[in-house]
Design a protein around this ligand. Structure first.
Ligand code: ADP
Ligand code: MG
Length: 382
């Protein structure tokens, strides 16, 4: 087997200075709460993107990925958003965003970079953040930027927002940067403070199944934007800057003042924020076997109030729970994508086949089902 370092040497003719990596992520709970300045609880997964990097003597950046044929070349003297497109925008965008955040790149050395990954692209596991964070930690070290992981997560997010043009929150990059083995990352999207929360999955003999519906979603248009607009409308009519400020006590008042659809959108966000806080408290007090009701309540809220699930996801979650999952819910922005099920390890296989059978019997698309292990965030590997 060729290692990434060997592949780098074959591509560029010398050995890399080092290899850095960062993982994809799954959100345990807290959906559509990020842009409402609320709470999210993602974890980094055991699928990563690696960047082998060599330092050059000039100011050129050369980029290759095992996912793409062509080499991309850029100059550190000429890093502008205009010139960025395609997959290289995720990498060059990080360099641009670091400079935009105040990093002095005037004497930074050019780099040769080779990317490899086992994070599936476009499956809702954030291969994009994995790429941004892998090169983010490499740049930080090789250019001596001295940034902490949260600062690097923010830079990755700015790259995604400005260089790629995807209006996403900090969730993906925070998970990829700050993840720890067997922990979730609690992120307050208002203060942007984050801390790890222990999961104890192995100790409890539990696993997390990802059930990818293989139903494609498009977040740039359609439902995602409509939900975003409904939340903004609800906040405006309730006289608050963001829905984070509304608590369960304020829901009766909200119901009296909002039309039915807007009220249900607001209720999802308000109750979901509370469920994230309750999940953290429950994990601390009683461990992961006690969070099933919260996961299931989140699924029902996304299905009935926020209306962002699809039949494939609903059936997968219901079937998993009926066959012994502790809890199951859609994860990610919705309208397709994946759901997760928290399952006793010894039942993982039988639950996965029950879900496959149920979807097949209903004439729905066949899912891809696999386990993910909460893993360490961005790091240097060699
Ligand atoms: P995801 O849900 O996987 O994050 P995105 O659409 O946000 O989906 O990001 C996927 C894009 O990120 C790809 O189309 C590609 O441009 C880029 N990307 C991700 N991983 C790699 C990789 N290993 N090599 C090159 N580009 C990658
Ligand atoms: Mg992405």
């Amino acid at each position: 087997m060729t290692t990434l370092s060997q592949a780098f040497e074959a591509a560029y003719g010398y050995a890399p200075t080092g290899v850095w990596s960062a993982p994809g992520r799954v959100n345990l709970i807290g959906e559509h709460t990020d842009y409402n300045n609320g709470y999210v609880l993602p974890f980094a997964i055991d699928r990563r993107t690696w960047a082998a990097v060599g330092v050059r003597e000039d100011r050129t950046i050369r980029l290759r990925s095992t996912f793409a044929d062509a080499e991309v070349t850029a100059s550190l003297d000429d890093l502008s958003l205009d010139g960025m497109s395609g997959w290289s925008a995720y990498v060059l965008g990080v360099a641009w965003a670091a400079a935009d955040a105040g990093a002095d790149l005037s004497a930074a050395a050019g780099l040769d970079i080779l990317i490899d990954s086992d994070v599936p692209v476009g499956a809702g596991l954030s291969s994009s953040a994995a790429l941004e964070c892998a090169v983010g930690v490499a740049f930080n070290e090789l250019w001596g930027l001295g940034l902490d992981k949260l600062a690097l997560a923010r830079i990755g997010r700015v790259a995604e927002n400005k260089a790629v043009g995807a209006p996403t929150g900090l969730l993906d990059q925070a998970a990829s940067m700050l993840g720890e083995a067997d922990h979730v990352v609690f992120l307050d999207c208002d203060t942007e403070q984050a801390h790890p929360v222990a999961l104890h999955l192995a100790q409890e003999n539990l696993q997390i199944l990802v059930m990818n519906s293989n139903v494609e979603h498009e977040h740039a248009t359609g439902g995602y934007g409509e939900r975003f607009a409904s939340c903004a409308k609800g906040a405006q009519e309730l006289g608050v800057a963001t829905l984070r400020e509304v608590t369960a006590d304020g829901l009766a008042d909200a119901q009296a003042r909002l039309d039915d659809v807007t009220y249900r959108r607001v209720r999802h966000v308000v109750t979901e924020n509370q469920r994230v806080l309750d999940t953290v408290a429950t994990l601390d007090a009683d461990g992961p076997r006690a969070i099933g009701d919260l996961l299931n309540a989140s699924q029902v809220s996304m299905r009935d109030d926020f209306e962002i699930t699809v039949p494939e996801i609903d059936l997968a979650c219901d079937t998993a729970v009926a066959h012994g999952a502790i809890g199951a819910r859609m994860t990610g922005g919705g309208f397709g994508g994946s759901s997760i099920a928290l399952v006793p390890a010894e039942r993982a296989e039988s639950i996965a086949s029950a879900v496959r059978d149920a979807l097949s019997a209903a004439g729905l698309r066949e899912p891809s089902i696999f386990t993910v292990v909460p893993s360490q965030g961005a790091r240097r590997d060699s």
